[in-house]
Design a protein around this ligand. Structure first.
Ligand code: ATP
Ligand code: MG
Length: 350
């Protein structure tokens, strides 16, 4: 591949604007660690690129003006605001700097799980029924059946997900919804609780214009590579985590679950989830890479899409998409450079 000068953009956990009051311990879990950034930087250098790493904050235009960069490698989750993952891409668009990964609209949309589900449902993709709570006092949609699952609508990394997320009646729902709204400073989502095994599928590349729409109600991809599904077997985790992929497991006990990739599932089920994952990538107009999380409902064997992560974590040896790529023979260096290459192609740089 051609060699580029790459601006590696990140938002470090260490730079988060911590409030003086008592924040939940997982409030900034989405942000990058120095280790993740160093790993991506090493991988890009191993690809022969020159790397200039910098915090993607409000001074980004001034910092970027000092260099001649060809492209940015964006990992910025943003510090504040309902559409914070879209802020750095918006700055880059305004400056005319091409970047890796999805664009402004997709990142703003995907950060809101409820809005994302509405878009996916338009194409008939299977998503759990749900309701958004902005104040917590809204009338509960009578079509929703308990038990329900409560989570922040605009967070990730399992933030706000614990055994208390599963609620059995209106009182528990109100308590948990109010806690989430207050603690994470944004809307709460109540959705159908999907009891069953947990999977995630990673993708690398892009769809052709034709593949961005379903054909005969289904989805295919020629140059978007779908990695083998990874099952997160939560059975070795402490019972307090209630069989959920909680913030405690994602943040502190990530070595405890069994990560099975390729997941032990039938060919038919794998093909079904692959089609849905491509459909989600297409529906959200994602670029370059993304990861889609699923649960398969135990009683009906129907897979449900929980969410799509267009800025999936890229920590070497740890992040789900990194394990999925490895199971497909793509090592970390190839994955990171593959993301860069996909973006460079879109930008017409190669
Ligand atoms: N509707 C649901 N039914 C059952 N479990 C759920 C449901 N929604 C979420 N979960 C559980 O909570 C976990 C986190 O949910 P989800 O993937 O939506 O959020 P996230 O925190 O954004 O994750 P990520 O780290 O992938 O960004 C899931 O992996 C699953 O274990
Ligand atoms: Mg998830």
């Amino acid at each position: 591949m051609k060699k580029f000068t790459v601006a590696l953009l990140y938002n470090l956990k260490a730079s988060a604007p911590h409030a003086a009051n008592d924040e939940p311990w997982d409030k900034w879990n989405e942000l990058d660690s120095e280790r993740t950034v160093a790993g991506i930087e090493r991988a890009l250098r191993a690809g022969g690129h020159e790397v200039i790493a910098m915090e993607g904050d409000v001074t980004l235009p001034q910092k970027l003006a000092r260099y001649q960069v060809d492209i940015a490698f964006n990992t910025c989750e943003g510090f504040r605001g309902g559409s914070r993952e879209a802020q750095v891409p918006a700055i880059l668009d305004a400056l005319g700097v091409p970047y890796t990964g999805s664009g402004v609209m997709t990142l703003a949309l995907a950060l809101d799980k409820a809005m994302t589900k509405r878009v996916m449902a338009f194409y008939g993709l299977p998503v759990p029924a749900g309701q958004t709570f902005i104040t917590g006092d809204e009338r509960i949609d009578a079509r929703l059946k308990f038990p329900l699952f409560i989570k922040p609508s605009r967070e990730g990394s399992g933030m706000g997900v614990s055994a208390k997320s599963v609620v059995r009646n209106a009182r528990e729902l109100r308590d948990q919804v109010k806690f989430i709204i207050q603690a994470y400073d944004g809307p709460a989502l109540a959705e159908e609780f999907i009891e069953g095994r947990e999977f995630t599928l990673g993708m690398l590349g892009n769809l052709t214009a034709d593949e961005r729409f379903p054909r005969n109600g289904s989805w295919e991809a020629s140059s978007l590579r779908v990695f083998p599904p990874l099952e997160v077997d939560l059975s070795p985790c402490p019972p307090e985590e209630a069989g959920l992929y909680t913030s405690v497991i994602k943040g502190k006990l990530y070595e405890v679950p069994k990560y099975l990739c390729p997941a032990p599932i039938s060919k038919t089920m794998r093909a079904k989830m692959e089609r849905y994952a491509i459909g989600a990538f297409a529906a959200l107009e994602c670029y370059d890479f993304a990861r889609v999380d699923f649960r398969i409902r135990a009683d009906t064997n129907q897979p449900y899409i929980l969410e799509i992560n267009p800025l999936a974590g890229l920590q070497e040896g740890i992040s789900d998409i990194v394990m999925q790529a490895e199971a497909d023979g793509i090592n970390y260096i190839a994955l990171i450079n593959g993301i860069l290459e996909a973006a460079a192609k879109r930008a017409g740089l190669i």
